[in-house]
Write a protein that binds this ligand. Structure first.
Ligand SMILES: *[C@@H]1O[C@H](CO)[C@@H](O)[C@H](O)[C@H]1NC(C)=O
Ligand SMILES: *[C@@H]1O[C@H](CO)[C@@H](O)[C@H](O)[C@H]1NC(C)=O
Ligand SMILES: *[C@@H]1O[C@H](CO)[C@@H](O)[C@H](O)[C@H]1NC(C)=O
Length: 290
């Protein structure tokens, strides 16, 4: 009997913590990251354009030797290597590359795929990997290239973790509470808005409330929507429609950027991970539960 009781208790505990399963590695990518690697398919030469990041990933899966894909998601175009200006003709270009995958169990956050652009430089590229047994993620913010502080604050009943960011009404500064681990400037510090963001492809994350409906708000890229969320007080989830043919079968949703609220520690996909073609979601500068 005691064994049964313990089992029952365990079962109850498990059912109370209804956490969504971790997203499969196949839907995880990083926005605002061009990636290094030996070129397997030159998108310029091959005219490889793909309608979505997921299609670029599939094209990598279908191509022998490819384990890194780089896709131009920004509607305004992407910055080619060695240049500083956006090239509109690169929109939807899909580059396929190979890079040596990390050793099993190695600490790899932010190191594979190897970023080609600095974290605070916007290039419009999004990238991901098809390497086996590996889940991608954006790097932790580091001193030197972004805010030199990590902020933790509470708002609207939620804990916000991650790097500091512009907050509306505070101008170009980080808002940092006393919880900030490094607050050497009295809580305010210059901060680059552009950062790499971990994203979930073809996924619409569920919300408890909507802060800014995408019906009235657009973004040029996933990192743009991610940044809008970071600079909106109380936002901790965002969802952006990347597909020019529309999302949810509705063409006008293209570029919509929804700023939302939900438990950032336990994001729940509305139709399962990968079940909402065209939508790209992220958790606001908060570590994804992976
Ligand atoms: C990848 O291969 C599958 C099966 O052969 C095919 O259905 C799909 O269209 C291919 N995708 C791309 C992007 O080439
Ligand atoms: C991936 O993990 C599985 C199970 O742990 C293992 O059998 C396989 O060899 C791994 N693949 C690679 C490429 O490391
Ligand atoms: C989405 O969130 C709402 C409000 O918290 C909840 O009622 C609903 O069951 C959730 N749906 C899914 C699919 O998680």
């Amino acid at each position: 009997m005691p064994v049964l009781a313990v089992l029952l208790l365990l079962a109850l505990t498990a059912s109370v913590q209804l956490h969504a399963a971790a997203p499969p590695a196949s839907v995880v990518a990083v926005a605002n990251r061009d990636a290094e690697g030996a070129i397997v398919l030159d998108a310029d030469e091959a005219h490889n354009f793909q309608p979505s990041a997921a299609a670029c990933r599939d094209s990598c899966l279908n191509t022998t030797g490819c384990n890194v894909w780089v896709w131009c998601a920004a509607v305004s175009g992407c910055v080619p290597g060695g240049s500083y200006t956006r090239d509109q003709r690169r929109y939807q270009q899909c580059w396929l590359k190979y890079d040596t995958p990390p050793k099993q169990g190695a600490s790899t956050r932010g190191k594979f795929p190897r970023p080609k652009n600095s974290a605070d430089t916007a290039t419009g590229w999004m990238s991901g990997t098809t390497a086996a047994n590996f889940t991608d993620s954006a790097p932790f913010p580091e001193k030197g290239y972004s805010c030199s502080c990590v902020s933790t604050y509470q708002y609207g009943g939620y804990n916000f973790e991650g790097m500091c960011a512009h907050i509306q009404d505070y101008g170009s500064a980080c808002i940092v509470t006393t919880n900030c681990r490094e607050s050497s400037y009295g809580g305010m510090q210059g901060c680059s808005g552009t950062q790499p963001c971990t994203v979930l492809l073809d996924t619409d994350l569920n919300e408890t409330s909507i802060i800014t409906p995408g019906d009235y708000n657009t973004a040029d890229s996933a990192e743009d929507c991610c940044y809008q969320c970071a600079s909106t007080q109380g936002c901790n989830l965002w969802t952006w429609c990347v597909d020019p043919t529309g999302c949810d079968g509705e063409r006008y949703r293209f570029r919509q950027c929804w700023l939302k609220q939900a438990d950032p520690k336990n994001p729940q996909p509305k139709k399962g991970y990968g079940g909402s073609p065209g939508w790209i979601s992220g958790v606001r500068l908060t570590w994804m539960p992976m």
